[in-house]
Structures are given as C-alpha cells and as structure tokens.
Design a protein. Structure first.
Length: 703
C-alpha cells in the first residue's frame, strides 16, 4: 500500500526570503516608475517651455481682457449666481463659475506679483498645474482598469505609457495655450478625479463622495456630465465583466444601484445649470440637421489627428454638409459605424475591453459638441477630453499585439523607443506653442491652413489695422467678407477701419449693417460710439455706449469711453452715476476714480487743460490742450495750441500730428500734408501719423 504524499509547507525562512524578494521587486518597480516620471515631467516641461508668455486669443478678449468682473475677488459669489459675469458678450453667458473663479484668482495673482492683472504667465501657470494634476490622475485611472488584465508591474508601465503619450500630444497644445479653453482642461481633470475616487475608495463610493469632483468639473464645463454614461460602460466592462453584446448577462439590480444615482444627480445638476444659463446665450451654430450630418466625418478627422496631428488649426474653414448624400458625408457615417462597431466587438473578450472602454469614452466625450450645433463644426481644442479614451485604447492595443514578443525585447529598449516617440510629439507641441505666441502668428497660420475662413481673415487683418497698415487690413477684411458676407463682427471692424481712414459715412454704413445682422451684440455699439465720438457726434455716441452697457455692463472699455465723452460734454451727474457703478463692479478702477473726482469738481476737460497749460507752460500741457480743442471740434484753436507746443519743443512729432489732423478736418489738406510729413519724418513708425498723412493725401487726390 503506497503512502499518501504529504504537502510540503514552506519554512518560515523560505517565506521570508520570498517576501523580501517580492518587496525588493516592488521597490525596484517604484524606483523605475519614479525615474520614468521625472523623465516625462522634464519632457512635458520642455514641450511647453516656450508657451509661458503666449498672448490672449479669440474668446479670451471678452471673457478675460474685457471682463470687468474677474478684476475683483469680491465678485466671486456672483460667478455662481449670475452668468453675465462670465463674459462681456451676452451671447456667451454660459454657466461656468469655476472658470471665472480661477480667472479672478489669476488676475489677482498677476496684479499682486507682476503689477499687471493681464500678465498671461500667471494664467498659463494655473492651467498647467491642473494639466499636470490630470496626468497623475490619469495614471491611476488607467492602472486600475488594467490591474486585472496584466501583471501588476506591466499594468503600471502600460498606464504610464498611455498617460505619457497623451500628455505630450500636440493637439493638447490647442487647449493649454488657449486660456479660456481651460474649461476643457478643468472639467476633464475633475471628471477623471471623480473616476479615481470611485475606483480607489469604497467608502467614497458608498457615500457618493465622487460627486464632489464631478460637480466641480461640471461647473467648469457641462461636458463633465458625460461621467454617468462612461461609468455605465465602465461598470459593465470591468465590474460586471460582461460583453456589451450580452444584455441577458447583465446584473440589472446591481447596475441600477451603481449607476442610477449618478444619472439622477447629473440630471439635477444639468437642470440647475440650464436654469442658470443666460437667456441670451447662443451657441452660434448652424441648422441642427446640417451640423449633425457633418459630425461623423469630424469624428474621423479627430481620430486621424490623434495619429498624425499635422493639420492643426485654431479655426478651420470646414462648413456643414448640405446633403446627406454628399460622398464625404457618406464616408463619415461609414467610418463612424466601423469605429463604433470595433468598440462593441472589443467588449466581447475580457482582454480587449480596455480598448472597448477607450473607444466608448472617446465617442461619449464628443457627444456634447456633436449634438449641439456650435459656431464651428470642428475645433481641435474639443478633443482634449475625448483623447483620454483614445490614449488607453491605443496603448493597450499595442501591448496586446507585442505581448508575445515582450520577453525578447529588453526593457531599456522599450523605454528608449517610448522616449523617442514621445520626444517627437513633444517637439510638435513645442512648434504649436510658437504658432500660439501672438495674434499675428496664430491668425497667419489660420489664413494659410483655412483660406476660406472669414473670421480668420478678419483677425489677421486686425493685426495690420493696429499697425496703421490700413490698405493691407482692408485687403484681408474684403477677403473675409467674400467667405462670410453676413458676419456682423467683420462689418463692425470694417466700420472701425473706414473710420480710421477718414471715411465716416462709409464707416456708418458698415456699423449699421453689423447692427442689422446682430442687434444684440454690444461690441458693435461700442465701436460705433467710438467712431461717432471721433467725428464729434457725441450725443449719438453716448446713446450707443449706453446701448452697449444695457446689453453687457461688464465691458470696462465701454465704461471708460462713456465716462470720457460724458466728461467732455460736461454731463457731470451722469458721469458720477457711471463712475460709481463701475467702482461697484471693479473697486479701485483708476479711471473710474479719476472721473468720479472730475465729476465732483464740475469742470470740463477743456477748462482744466486750458488752466493747466497757462500754469505749467510745458509742451506736454499745450499738446493736451490741443487734443481737447480737437475733441471739442475747435480745430483752429487746436492748431494754435499745437504750434505753441512746437515753439517750446520744435521736434515734437505729436504736435505736428495734431496740426495735420485738425487741418484735415478743416479741409485744408495741403497744410495737413506739410504737418503730416513732418510728423512721419520725426516718427516714421507712428501708425497715427501715417494714417493722418494718408488722409491728407487722399484729400488732395480728390481735388
């Protein structure tokens, strides 16, 4: 009779050796990951090393530069109760209080430590810190997904690779450089945080504590509310471990218990945010039908950019399809069906479910910008959120494909290959930062890549108008009007240009056309008022400034312009009211304080300038008096005061410029030309002098 074999129990010494070996392996793994993380951080810092001083762009103008509310921390409570505080344009009054909160803090930091509340470096620093935090959260998010599908040491490295690929991707530069687009980065960061809290803390899951970062993310941008359908897919694939093809195998009770509270919470948040949204809010899009039939091809474009980001543009000239039978439209639908089908197919096998989840994440994240018709059918900063899903899908696919050969590839070689690939993408990011450096570099890139973009042509033309290159500006504006004949802002800028070129009647026609196209745009009334004031039509200018403030009271430029013309017209009681209201919004605003003081004194600017010139007898004082006479349309007095300034300083270019402008107003273009030529000789690069001289020359040519 044979003996029954006895099971050998490892000795205490053997167990200790094994435990120590595992501990040493884990310690080495952590050390290597920390080292790799340092390398990645240095790579990210290198990729974005040239972006810290990049300027404001596009919607930054009305949400940051011209938004009075972010200039005082006392307005923080109103960010959560009044959507008009988000932008100086009423059509952009969406409910994003977390964005306004961070912008107000940035303004305070910039003002406190730089002396300039609009110093862009502080805004970029804020965005970048949250970007790095998101990278850390993504690593833990991905690792938890992969832990049950790969060995712990491998799951960590795969999660790291997916995070690294995402963090250096050039497309993300479209969001990181565009300051107001932090709504995308903030909402994504906190949405991923909600997932991590859900994954790693049973107590947080039990008490729904992951609702907190989810709410913060939604208050940055409603796209974070796609968390609920994403959690539904996550729960099915990784917690119930079922195929999306097998509804019968789903544990419906568990599913409802896990996901239903999230949907209910998000429904409440969404209804609240919609109720808070300004009634004037307008996404500015096309017809829903034409927009929707274009989106499948847009999805294909985004997927293509993920692999080959060579055609990035801050503002494309894509237009919606007019027919669903368009071959490109059909191609888009076919791509979307195949792509979504691959995601569903991948859910059938446990090993491929991270790919299924990544594709689902990508498509779900795109839904908000797919079903709501926006002003642009495609925009590269919109993929900041969706690309989180594509990152895990791509890297896990590569892992599955090379897994059988992994033992033959040295770890150092894999790491080197990863560094080289990420370095290539980091270089692409560095190049996109160069494009985003200034308004000129950005819109030049847009006009080259999107030649049929009317808005792009207009914004590039603005660069030349600011320089006094009016003919070049007119060229680009005219090109823009060919592509966008009903673009109200372009008509407004044409009005500004014609006013600067000395064509007030033509300027009026463009401003009035802009108002007809978009009667609720406060900016058109603002710039029309500036033009009217320039040509002495002060009563109508004041009406336009008031109309602008009625539509949006947060525009500081309008307030300052209105206070100036009210003061020039000696309307001191009105001036006091406007100044006091401005100080309620922006306590400490220096111009409002100045005009409040002048209103209390009850003396006009012309009176004060005359008294100052008589007392000081300096060229600067007489130049100021000349300007005041010009604004009061006392052109001969303006010329006399400027000549007095020249008697004290013969090379005073600004005085010659005033004489040129005043003679032009009097119709004496020959004398205007003489003075203008002296102004340009003394200051060759002065756009105002060149513009006034050109006005004189045009006047002479007409005779």
């Amino acid at each position: 009779m044979s003996k029954k074999p006895t099971q050998q129990t490892p000795s205490k010494k053997t167990r200790t050796i094994t435990t120590n070996a595992l501990s040493a392996t884990a310690s080495l793994q952590r050390t290597r990951l920390i080292g790799a993380s340092v390398v990645l951080l240095l790579l990210i810092l290198a990729a974005y090393s040239n972006h810290w001083h990049n300027s404001f762009h596009f919607d930054d103008y009305h949400t940051i530069e011209n938004n009075a509310y972010i200039r005082s921390l006392t307005n923080i409570p109103s960010f959560f109760t009044n959507t008009e505080t988000f932008s100086s344009l009423p059509g952009h009054g969406s409910y994003r209080p977390m964005v306004s909160l961070t912008l107000a803090i940035d303004y305070w930091l910039a003002q406190t430590f730089s002396g300039d509340g609009l110093h862009t470096s502080w805004y970029h620093l804020d965005t970048f810190v949250f970007f790095l935090l998101q990278g850390v959260l993504m690593f833990f998010f991905f690792r938890k997904i992969l832990d049950n599908l790969a060995a712990p040491n491998r799951s960590a490295w795969i999660a790291f690779a997916a995070t690294a690929f995402y963090m250096v991707h050039p497309v993300l530069a479209e969001t990181i450089n565009y300051i107001i687009a932090r709504s995308d980065s903030l909402s994504t960061c906190f949405m991923v945080m909600a997932f991590v809290v859900y994954q790693y803390s049973p107590k947080a899951r039990k008490y729904f504590l992951y609702f907190i970062p989810l709410l913060i993310g939604a208050f940055a941008k409603p796209t974070a509310l796609m968390f609920a359908p994403m959690l539904l897919v996550y729960h099915l694939l990784f917690e119930q471990k079922v195929s999306l093809f097998s509804p019968k195998s789903i544990g419906w009770r568990t599913l409802m218990k896990t996901v239903m509270p999230v949907f209910l919470f998000e429904a409440i948040v969404y209804v609240f945010m919609k109720r808070m949204e300004a009634h004037t809010f307008d996404p500015g899009g096309y017809s829903l039908y034409h927009y929707l039939i274009t989106q499948p091809l847009v999805v294909g474009r985004y997927v293509g950019q993920f692999f080959l980001p060579t055609s990035l543009s801050a503002d494309t000239d894509w237009q919606p399809f007019q027919s669903i039978l368009d071959p490109s439209c059909i191609a888009g639908f076919l791509f979307l069906i195949v792509f979504a089908g691959l995601g569903l197919l991948a859910s059938r096998t446990s090993n491929w479910r991270p790919v299924s989840f990544g594709i689902a994440f990508f498509l779900l994240a795109l839904i908000p910008t797919t079903v709501v018709p926006l002003a642009e059918v495609t925009n590269d900063h919109r993929v900041f959120f969706p690309y989180v899903g594509l990152a895990i899908a791509l890297v896990w696919t590569l892992y599955l494909l090379i897994q059988p050969r992994l033992v033959k590839i040295p770890a150092a070689a894999l790491f080197l290959i990863g560094v080289l690939l990420c370095s290539g993408f980091a270089f692409g990011t560095y190049q996109r930062n160069i494009v985003w450096y200034s308004e000129e570099s950005l819109w030049k890139d847009v006009t080259e890549k999107s030649p049929h973009n009317g808005r792009g042509m207009m914004n590039y033309g603005l660069i030349f108008m600011a320089r006094g290159s009016y003919d070049t500006a007119n060229f680009y504006y005219t090109l823009g009007l060919r592509s966008a004949p009903n673009y109200s802002v372009l008509h407004c800028n044409m009005g500004v240009l014609q006013s600067a070129m000395g064509h007030p009647d033509l300027a009026d026609s463009f401003f009035q056309r802009g108002i007809l196209l978009e009667p609720e745009n406060p900016e058109i009334y603002h710039f029309y008022g500036v033009s009217l004031h320039k040509y002495g039509r002060n009563a109508v200018a004041i009406q336009n400034f008031y109309k602008s403030l009625t539509l949006s009271e947060s525009n500081l430029e309008v307030r300052h312009a209105l206070m100036e013309v009210l003061y020039d017209q000696s309307r001191f009681e009105e001036l006091k009211q406007v100044a006091d209201r401005t100080l309620q919004i922006v306590p400490g605003d220096q111009q409002a304080i100045h005009f409040a003081t002048l209103a209390a004194a009850g003396k006009s600017a012309l009176q004060l300038a005359a008294e100052s010139a008589a007392t000081l007898k300096t060229p600067e004082a007489y130049l100021d008096l000349s300007l005041r006479y010009y604004q009061a349309r006392q052109f001969q007095n303006s010329i006399d005061a400027a000549r007095t300034a020249l008697s004290l300083r013969p090379d005073y270019a600004e005085a010659y410029n005033n004489i040129c402008a005043a003679y032009n107003e009097l119709g004496n273009f020959a004398e205007g030309k003489k003075a203008g030529e002296e102004a340009v000789r003394l200051k060759p690069e002065d756009p105002l002098a060149k513009g006034n001289l050109a006005w004189s020359l045009r006047g002479l040519m007409k005779r």
